[in-house]
Design a protein around this ligand. Structure first.
Ligand code: FAD
Length: 386
């Protein structure tokens, strides 16, 4: 087998596959690209996450030839704060888009990407399951060593090996929010078609994303509370959820299997110096508040595809890094602030309490202030634009 490639991509998650398709769409020969992933296709499909994709991500996936996907449209996002009157409703009509976003299972995002890539195999090389165990660089090339001892050479190595905060090696910017995301699917007595909810509670944000006539739950709480919630039987769990969320969707009636993910920010913020670059979760793993992680990763993939299709060189990586920095930093800052501001209050923290009240009121202000609401919606749909 050929062991020399122009571009080697570590990982074949959604970010990696979008990059490969973007490169090919822009004229890079499939035979010059290799992807390597530690999971089998089936293992990747079993990932339980449900993801809110922005309107901007839909456009990127469409350009890559991986749209339509099986997804539920978001027409409105309702943002509220438990114990406060402030709330804001972001609507697709005000933003003049067909949908504010789309909710899809991880597997349903991967499927059309894999099908689109399949058209270019076997010219394109996709190795799985293989784990990249080392990457080394010389002035002229990079070397990738797999755990089965095979060695590949490439002009450029893209690290798109993603991962979850709890499993990653700490990067230059690292913060543990001391929160755990508890995820599941729930049913309720009065679903509202197309409406997603983001509710800020004392322990962290609680999101309900519409999936057909059910909701994907992402409930961020302190780790010991997460363990307690995981241990409850379904009836007691639904009671706790009802108390935290309130009655906007009637009664919660059923919950599926629950799983938990530790949450933190882990980002590589130093510019590249050689032939390797990180994108997606490998570059920045974020708190899932506002559902920005994969959306940011897809913007990385799209831009890197653009730069590398012009020239697969270390200089192109530096240009890419500079071009992506404003969006990456703005999104990290926004999600970090949102994740932390509502969780630092308590009887012994009057400053945080005052800030919470102000922001609670602020949500109401945002609702009657179209420029603020539109800015927030634009940032979530497209990221920071120059
Ligand atoms: C609870 C939760 C909810 C979320 N909700 C949202 C949301 O609503 N919207 C949103 O945009 N984002 C959301 N995210 C974030 C989103 O899941 C990630 O940003 C996204 O999956 C990152 O994609 P990726 O392709 O970069 O990495 P991954 O999806 O992690 O894929 C990486 C791939 O690399 C492979 N790999 C890893 N190590 C190696 C190795 N050494 N060698 C070879 N292959 C390797 C893995 O097997 C995997 O297939 C959420 C995250 C969590 C935890």
């Amino acid at each position: 087998m050929n062991n020399k490639f122009t571009i080697a991509i570590c990982g074949a998650g959604p970010t990696a596959q979008t990059l490969a398709l973007t490169l090919i769409k822009r004229g890079v020969p499939p035979s010059s690209i290799v992807l390597m992933d530690a999971r089998t296709h089936e293992q990747a499909r079993n990932d339980q996450r449900t993801i809110a994709l922005s309107f901007g991500s839909q456009q990127i996936l469409e350009a890559a030839g991986a749209w339509p996907i099986k997804a539920t449209e978001i027409h409105q996002i309702h943002v509220s704060r438990r114990g406060q009157f402030g709330r804001t409703l972001i609507d697709r009509d005000t933003c003049k888009v067909p949908a504010l976003g789309y909710v899809a299972r991880y597997a349903d995002i991967l499927e059309p990407l894999s099908q689109a890539l399949g058209q270019f195999q076997p010219q394109l090389t996709l190795l799985r399951p293989v784990k990249v165990s080392a990457i080394t660089e010389t002035e002229r090339q990079a070397q990738i060593t797999l755990d089965d001892q095979r060695v590949f050479e490439a002009d450029i190595v893209v690290q798109a090996e993603g991962g979850l905060f709890g499993d990653q090696t700490p990067q230059t910017r690292h913060h543990d929010y001391q929160q755990t995301a508890l995820i599941s699917m729930v049913r309720c007595s009065a679903p509202i078609a197309g409406r997603a909810f983001e509710r800020f509670t004392d322990q962290g944000p609680l999101a309900l994303l519409p999936v057909d006539d059910a909701y994907a739950l992402v409930w961020c709480v302190q780790p010991d509370r997460a363990s307690g919630l995981l241990a409850l039987d379904d009836r007691l769990f639904l009671g706790e959820l009802q108390t935290a969320f309130g009655g906007r969707l009637g009664q919660f009636t059923a919950v599926a299997q629950r799983s938990a993910f530790p949450l933190g920010l882990n980002a590589q913020t130093s510019p590249p110096t050689g032939r390797c670059i990180r994108i997606g979760n490998a570059a920045q793993t974020l708190h899932p508040v506002a559902g920005q992680g994969l959306n940011l990763g897809l913007r990385d993939a799209f831009q890197l595809g653009r730069f590398l299709s012009l020239s697969a060189t270390p200089a192109a990586l530096q240009q890419f890094f500079a071009a992506r920095s404003p969006d990456r930093q703005m999104t990290m800052q926004l999600t970090s602030r949102m994740a932390q501001i509502f969780t630092t209050a308590g009887d012994d923290n009057p400053v945080a309490n005052a800030l919470q009240s102000l922001l609670g009121a602020g949500l109401g202000v945002i609702d009657v202030c179209p420029p603020a609401k539109n800015w927030l919606a634009e940032q979530m749909m497209f990221g920071k634009r120059d």
